[in-house]
Structures are given as structure tokens and as C-alpha cells.
Design a protein around this ligand. Structure first.
Ligand code: HEC
Ligand code: CU
Length: 347
């Protein structure tokens, strides 16, 4: 009976361990756009993952020692003879044993604390090279505003940054601000979480070394739609980045064919909350729409951007992102079509 139970539990143990190892591998080998900490692509994220592996190996060592001792004790000192009612030897007040299980854990905690603190300060105090790009990130319930003060660009939810490498570092330094409540900026492949706090500015930086899309999310519960406050970081080659900057710096196109849609935008409440550079709309409560169509998604990455989703969004934002802070404006079908046609020209 005992033996069978042991054999069964050994099998379960092996199965669990292989499952764990397998899932780590699956994470590490995942596709590029993954919110996984096991696929770092930027210096702070790489440093953090090394630290994570170090901590994991220390705690795995503890697990093996403690688990091994328990298993040994359970087997070695099991109740073999049901007629033997004697108590085993009781040990009280062994200084050696008590010192050992006090001092060793303290040493382990001190080592983990020091390595972690060192890593935090190394990332925080990294000097900002003159080639660095500065971006101001403003967290809003439930979307992200990105401002490039030196480039005169304002956009939302999709952050474009240039590729960086060790020979020609071009890191992006992010100043994190909040317009309302506490949010947290987290793109696991690029850097650790940094809180975004009202009336306080935080700093973090990334230097992604592989072009492509990196995804993340707000990591601090900030209200009903927190779960749909996603983040997309596009790491562009120098040419792509220059082209993107050039396009974003232009004022919004004003196509006379969609003048009626523009008029609706400028006379309905839209203009109180949104900016379209080159028009009367200068609102700052919602995302800047000057180059709306240069983005792949709307609603902070929650909805892919195309004509149909855009129209539905304007008609009833709540149907796509319940709890959103943009009201439905009760427009007629014709107005909706004209407004959508207009927004579709904002490339
Ligand atoms: C009370 C302020 C307010 C008004 C009025 C308003 N919006 Fe918005 N709008 C927002 C907010 C806030 C968001 C961001 C929603 C989110 O992702 O959580 C938004 C998002 C959007 C988006 C998606 C942008 C993106 O990149 O995610 C579009 C497009 C948009 N609004 C168009 C309009 C149009 C057209 C009107 C007028 C019919 C309008 N809005 C009226 C506040 C407003
Ligand atoms: Cu948030």
C-alpha cells in the first residue's frame, strides 16, 4: 500500500516537473510578440531575466533540499511495526540545528536582497546617452498617451521607438506621468514594471535590439476597463522610424471630399475631447486623432482598426470596451458614415 502510494506520487512528481520545464521552454521559444518575461529583447529586461533565473535556481535548490529531507524522513522513519508503541527519540533545544535553520535562511535572503537592489539601482542610474530619444508617457483611464517633446509628435497606445544596438546605442527614455489614477507601464520583453503615479514623475528606459512588435499592458488595477488597457511598442529600423516621424509631424490631411464629416467632428462634442492638428479640435481628454489611421488598433489595443470597427466604436464605444470614458453620441446613420469617412482619411 505504502509502496504503491510512493510509486504513484513519484510518477506525479516527474510529470509535474516535466510539465514545468516544458512550459518554461514553451515560453522561451514563443512568438516574438509575447508578454513573457522569458523572452527579453532589451537590456533592462535581459538583466531582470538573469536575476529571475538566479532567484529561481536558489529557490529550486531550497525546494530540492527541503523536499529531499522530508521524503527521506517519511520513508526512513515510517511506522514499520504496528505493535511498536514506543515514541521515537525527542530532540529539544539543539543549538546547532536552530542556528543552522536561522542563519542559512538569513544569508540566503540577504544575498537575494543585495543582488536585487543592485540590479534595480543599475537600471535606474544608467546614464542617459545624448543619442537617447525622450518620450513622455501619460497613463489615462484606460489608454496611453505618448508625447515626443523634441519631435513635436503626440500619439496614443502605439509607441514607436528606434532600434538600438551596442555599437550605436539609441535607447528610449520614458518619463511616466498619470492624468488620473495609478497605472503601471509594463512591456515584459523590454523592461520591468514601473508605476505611473499622479503628481509624480517616474523614469524607465528601453533599448530594444530586435525590430518588431512588443506587447504589454497596464499592470496596476485602474478601474473597470483596466484589463483592456493594452500597450503596443513598435521597434522600427532607423529608416522606418524616420519615415514614421516624418508622417506624424505633418498636420492632419484635410480632404475636401470629406468636409461634411469634418464639420460634424468640429460641431459635435468630439472636438472637446480629441485633437486633430490643423482643425479647431484641440481637446486632450481622449487620444490625439491627427494620424489615427497610422495605427493598427484603437481603444488601447483592444480593437483592430478598420472601417467597420471604427464606425461601431463611434456609434457605441461601450459595446467594444465596456466602461469606457467616451460617450455614445447618438448620431444618425448618415452622420456616422460621414464621420467615419472623414476619420479614415487621417493617415
Ligand atoms: C467625453 C470625451 C469624449 C468625447 C465627447 C468623444 N470622445 Fe472619442 N474618446 C474619448 C476617450 C477617453 C477615448 C479613449 C478610450 C479608450 O481607449 O479607453 C476615445 C477614443 C476615441 C477613438 C479611438 C482612438 C484610439 O486611438 O484608440 C476614436 C476614433 C474616437 N474616440 C472618436 C470620437 C468621435 C468621432 C467623437 C465624436 C462623435 C468622440 N470620439 C467623442 C473621449 C471622448
Ligand atoms: Cu491603467
Amino acid at each position: 500500500m505504502n509502496r504503491e502510494w510512493l510509486r504513484a506520487s513519484r510518477r506525479t512528481g516527474i510529470a509535474t516537473l516535466s510539465l514545468l520545464l516544458f512550459s518554461c521552454r514553451a515560453f522561451a521559444a514563443g512568438p516574438q510578440a509575447t508578454p513573457s518575461i522569458f523572452a527579453p529583447a532589451s537590456t533592462p529586461a535581459t538583466d531582470i531575466s538573469h536575476l529571475a533565473y538566479f532567484v529561481l535556481s536558489v529557490v529550486a535548490g531550497i525546494f530540492v533540499v527541503v523536499g529531499g529531507l522530508i521524503t527521506y524522513a517519511v520513508i526512513r522513519f515510517r511506522d514499520r511495526d504496528p505493535n511498536d508503541k514506543r515514541e521515537p527519540a525527542q530532540i529539544y533545544g539543539s543549538n546547532q540545528i536552530e542556528l543552522a535553520w536561522t542563519v542559512i535562511p538569513i544569508l540566503i535572503v540577504v544575498v537575494l536582497f543585495l543582488t536585487t537592489a543592485r540590479m534595480i539601482f543599475a537600471i535606474q542610474d544608467a546614464p542617459k546617452p545624448p543619442s537617447a530619444l525622450s518620450v513622455t508617457v501619460v497613463g489615462h483611464q484606460f489608454w496611453w498617451e505618448f508625447r515626443y517633446p523634441k519631435l513635436g509628435i503626440v500619439t496614443a497606445n502605439e509607441l514607436h521607438v528606434p532600434l538600438s544596438n551596442h555599437e550605436q546605442p539609441r535607447p528610449t527614455y520614458l518619463k511616466l506621468l498619470s492624468a488620473d489614477v495609478v497605472h503601471s507601464f509594463w512591456v515584459p520583453q523590454l523592461a520591468g514594471k514601473t508605476d505611473v503615479i499622479p503628481n509624480h514623475s517616474n523614469l524607465t528606459w528601453i533599448d530594444p535590439q530586435q525590430p518588431g512588435l512588443y506587447v504589454g499592458q497596464c499592470a496596476q488595477f485602474c478601474g473597470v476597463e483596466h484589463a483592456k488597457m493594452l500597450l503596443r511598442v513598435y521597434v522600427d529600423t532607423p529608416e522606418q522610424f524616420a519615415a514614421w516621424v516624418k508622417n506624424e509631424q505633418k498636420p492632419g490631411v484635410q480632404d475636401p471630399a470629406v468636409a461634411e464629416g469634418r464639420r460634424i467632428f468640429e460641431t459635435e462634442a468630439c472636438m472637446n475631447c480629441h485633437t486633430i492638428r490643423g482643425t479647431a479640435a484641440t481637446g486632450r481628454f481622449g487620444p490625439d486623432l491627427t494620424h489615427l489611421m497610422s495605427r493598427d488598433t484603437i481603444a488601447s489595443g483592444a480593437v483592430p482598426l478598420n472601417r467597420q470597427t471604427l464606425r461601431q466604436w463611434i456609434e457605441e464605444p461601450d459595446s467594444m470596451k465596456p466602461g469606457v470614458l467616451m460617450p455614445a453620441m447618438k448620431l444618425s446613420d448618415q452622420q456616422l458614415d460621414q464621420l467615419t469617412d472623414y476619420l479614415m482619411t487621417l493617415k
